[in-house]
Every structure is written in C-alpha cells, then in structure tokens.
Design a protein around this ligand. Structure first.
Ligand code: ARG
Length: 276
C-alpha cells in the first residue's frame, strides 16, 4: 500500500483538446476549483501519513496534472528505478521526458521501453500483491506487457493483461482498482469476457461498481494504509452501496470532490503516481 506519491499542482490545467470521451473543450475547467480539489486531495494524503512529492506543471502541457501516466517508479532490492511512459498522443509526449528528468535527479535508474511501444504508465499498470495488471487496447499496446516484465524483472505469468473495451474507460485505472491482494473493484462493462474471467480467477472478492459509481470514475482510487487502518481515497459521488461494500471488507472511504478533473477524464488515481 502506498507510502509515497508524486502529484502535479494544477497551475496550468485546462481542457483545450480532446483525447478521451470525457473531454469537451466547451466545458472549461474552473482553475480555482481545480486547485481547491487538488489541495483537498493532497491534504487527505498527508493526514493519512503519505509523503507527497510535487513536480511543477509546465505551461502548454495541460494534462500533466494526471501524474499517474508519467511511468512507474519502484524499488528493486536497493535500487530505485523509473520506467518512463511512451504517450500515445503528441499533446502529452513531452511529459515523459520531464518525469524522467525528475526521477533521474532523485537518483533513480531509468529503464526505458522501446519508443514504438505505447504505454501510459500507471494508467495501464497496477499492482495487486505480487501481480501486475496491465491494461491495453485503448491507450497502451498489448506488447507493453513483455517490455514491462523485463524492466520490472518479473515473469509474464505474474502479470494479467486486460483488454479495455469501453471508450470512457480507456486506462485500466479508470475501470479497476485492487483494494488489497485478494479484493478488487471493477467496472464490469469495461472488459470483455476473457478479461472478466481473468479477474475472477485472480481475485477472491470482486466488487462491482454501479453505473452511478462509474459515472464518477469510482474505480479511479488510491488505497492508503496507516496504523493497520486501510482507507480508500476516491472521488465524491460514489453510491452508498459501494461504500457499504468497501466498509464490509474493512476499508474506510474518504471522498474528495473531483468535478474539475473529471472534465479531463481523470480522478484521484489519475492525479497520483504511486511509488512501489
Ligand atoms: N486527459 C488525460 C488523458 O486523456 C487524462 C488522463 C487520465 N489518467 C489516468 N491515469 N487514467 O490523457
């Protein structure tokens, strides 16, 4: 469970192009509200004992606030390693070098994947216990899985790849969230039968988010553990039924308003790059 995160304060956040179905340039962001939402998220993390690092947003890169897409920082033995993303859209490609620079300065070893393999960081790479979950089909290539296995130094059989089938749920972190090693929350409409079978085979407990939950990107959440107490941090507006199920499984739920960031197609997890 996460102890350290990297976030990007929304000083230049806007919706000025459309690269996912949530984005609508006619539905502009209110910057002051975005900043208030971001600060509420940051404070929630800090209260829960998470170390929050920040990278400044560069003007002209309005989606840089979605730090989850930067890549994947992790620890292997005594080494800190960062795998930078290869973004699909030109609008975001420059973020990857900025993140790489950031982690290089912090002493991380950089392990790139081949340029022709599209992969959008933690948007399409999640971890449940020792299992890596790789999303593909919308914003990452299927072949990212093999390249990532090599960089992460894990066997491909410790990875589950899931094809994303619904436009609104274009990164796996918009449609699935491991709560712990054996529990997962999913939007079942975002996967095909093969994917659902893989999910049910891997997890003992599969919680299904409702349409209401999915409309607020409920699965786009981060789990924090402090003094054995586990808290799910997610966007405001999720159903009572989902909250109850999470509580029944031993999790507290902390909701943060995320209206402004949903305009760009993201919520709590998209804003958060977790260190593993
Ligand atoms: N507007 C951003 C994009 O389309 C949103 C990214 C959401 N990030 C995520 N981890 N799902 O790239």
């Amino acid at each position: 469970m996460v102890k350290t995160v990297l976030v990007c304060p929304p000083t230049h956040y806007k919706v000025v192009y459309k690269i996912n179905p949530w984005m609508d340039t006619k539905n502009p962001v209110t910057q002051a509200r975005a900043l208030a939402e971001f600060n509420a998220l940051k404070r929630a993390y800090q209260k829960l004992g998470v170390t929050v690092h920040e990278i400044p947003q560069k003007e002209g890169l309005p989606d840089m606030v979605y730090a989850a897409n930067f890549g994947f920082p992790f620890r292997l033995g005594k080494k800190n390693i960062f795998i930078p993303a290869n973004f699909m859209h030109d609008e975001r490609k420059k973020e990857s070098a900025l993140a790489e620079d950031y982690f290089k300065k912090k002493g991380f070893q950089i392990r790139r994947i081949a340029k022709d393999i599209i992969w959008e960081g933690q948007g399409d790479l999640l971890k449940a216990g020792d299992t890596y979950i790789v999303g593909w089909g919308k914003r990452s290539d299927k072949k990212a899985k093999g390249a990532l296995a090599e960089r992460l130094e894990v066997r491909e059989k410790d990875m589950i790849d899931l094809r994303l089938t619904s436009g609104h749920y274009y990164h796996v972190d918009t449609a699935l969230a491991p709560l712990d090693e054996n529990t997962v929350v999913i939007n079942s409409k975002a996967f095909n039968r093969t994917g659902l079978r893989k999910i049910h085979n891997r997890f003992d407990r599969v919680i299904e988010a409702s349409d209401q939950d999915n409309s607020v990107l409920a699965c786009n959440l981060v789990v924090v553990e402090q003094n054995k107490k586990k808290t799910i941090v997610t966007g405001k507006g999720i159903s009572q039924a989902l909250k109850d199920q999470c509580r029944d499984h031993g999790f507290s739920v902390r909701e943060i308003p995320m209206n402004e960031f949903r305009k760009g197609g993201g919520s709590v997890k998209c804003l958060t790059l977790e260190y593993y």
